[in-house]
Write a protein that binds this ligand. Structure first.
Ligand code: GLN
Length: 284
C-alpha cells in the first residue's frame, strides 16, 4: 500500500519522461478519474492508502496516456461551451478555439422555429449540438462520413436530449441531405491542416486523432474548395466555417465568389479563426 500522493508523484514523473507538457495536471485528472474524485478531492486525499486492486486500473490508464493518447479520450469526455461531450478513440477532441464559431454565429441565428442547420463533419457533434441547445427552434442535420464520429455524435445527441430535433446522417459533405430539404445555415469545422504539417504536430494529434478530421490536403484548403461553393449555394441564410491560421482571407474570398458577404472572426489568441458568409449584407 502506498499513499495517493506517492502514486501521483510517480505518475507525474512518468508523464514528464514521456514528454507530456501538463504532466502533473494530467496525473491528477487521471487518478481522480479512476477513483471518482474531482481535483480538489485528490488533494484532500493525499494520504489515503491505495490498495493494489485500486492501482491496477489506474496503471492501465496511465499507460495509455504515456503513449500520448489524448487525455480526453481516456477520461471519455471534454467540455465545450459549458457542456460535456462524450469523446474517445476515433474522434477529434473539441477545441476551445471552436467556441469562436459558436460565439460569432449565435447572435446571427435569430429565433426562427424551425431553423434548419447542417453541421458538416460533425465529429463529437460539438458545434451543431451546442447551437441546438442554445436555439430551441433549431433542427439539425449532423453529418459525418466516419463511423466513430457518427457513433459519438449519436451518443451526444442522446445525452443532451436532442433526439427530436437532430438527424444524424452518414455521407460526404452535403450529399446526405436530400435536395428537397431546406437548409438555412451550414456550419463546418473541416480538416484544414496542410498534409505536410501533420508530421510536426504533437503526438496526441499526429499519432491518435483521426486524419479524416485534420488533413486538409497540400495547402490545407482542399475541403473548402468543394465545401464552400456547395454550402453557399445550398444555404438560404448563411454559412460558418472554422479555418486554420492564415486561411481566413482565402476562405473569405471563396465565400465572396459564391455571392455571400464574408466576415472574419478572431479567436481568443487573436488568430482569424472563423469565416461567416451571409446572403444579405449585414445592416450598417
Ligand atoms: N484545430 C485542430 C488542430 O489544430 C485542427 C482541426 C481541423 O483541421 N479542423 O489540431
Amino acid at each position: 500500500m502506498k499513499p495517493l500522493v506517492e502514486v501521483l508523484l510517480a505518475t507525474t514523473e512518468f508523464f514528464r519522461g514521456r514528454g507530456i507538457p501538463s504532466a502533473r495536471l494530467d496525473a491528477e485528472l487521471l487518478i481522480g478519474h479512476a477513483l471518482g474524485l474531482d481535483r480538489v478531492r485528490v488533494y484532500l486525499n493525499f494520504d489515503r492508502p491505495m490498495r493494489d486492486e485500486e492501482l491496477e486500473p489506474i496503471r492501465a490508464l496511465v499507460r495509455r496516456r504515456g503513449n500520448r493518447e489524448p487525455l480526453a479520450w481516456i477520461v471519455g469526455k471534454k467540455e465545450f461551451y459549458g457542456r460535456d461531450f462524450a469523446v474517445g478513440p476515433g474522434v477529434l477532441v473539441p477545441r476551445p478555439d471552436t467556441e469562436t464559431l459558436i460565439e460569432a454565429l449565435l447572435p446571427l441565428l435569430g429565433d426562427a422555429d424551425p431553423l434548419f442547420v447542417a453541421d458538416v463533419g460533425s465529429g463529437t457533434g460539438c458545434i451543431g449540438l451546442t447551437l441546438a441547445m442554445e436555439k430551441p427552434g433549431l433542427r439539425l442535420f449532423a453529418i459525418d462520413k466516419g463511423e466513430a464520429p457518427l457513433a459519438f455524435t449519436k451518443q451526444n445527441v442522446e445525452a443532451l436530449g436532442l433526439k427530436e430535433r437532430v438527424a444524424v446522417l452518414r455521407g460526404e459533405l452535403l450529399d446526405a441531405v436530400p435536395p428537397s430539404r431546406p437548409l438555412d445555415w451550414i456550419v463546418s469545422n473541416p480538416p484544414y491542416i496542410p498534409s505536410g504539417e501533420l508530421a510536426g504536430l504533437e503526438s496526441e494529434v499526429r499519432d491518435h486523432e483521426p486524419r479524416l478530421a485534420l488533413d486538409g490536403g497540400a495547402d490545407g484548403l482542399e475541403v473548402y474548395r468543394r465545401l464552400v461553393p456547395a454550402a453557399c449555394t445550398r444555404a438560404r441564410v448563411g454559412v460558418a466555417f472554422e479555418v486554420g491560421s492564415g486561411q481566413a482571407p482565402a476562405v473569405a474570398e471563396m465565400v465572396a465568389k459564391a455571392g455571400l458577404t464574408p466576415t472574419i472572426h478572431k479567436d481568443l489568441g487573436g488568430i482569424e479563426r472563423v469565416v461567416i458568409g451571409q446572403k444579405e449584407p449585414a445592416a450598417g
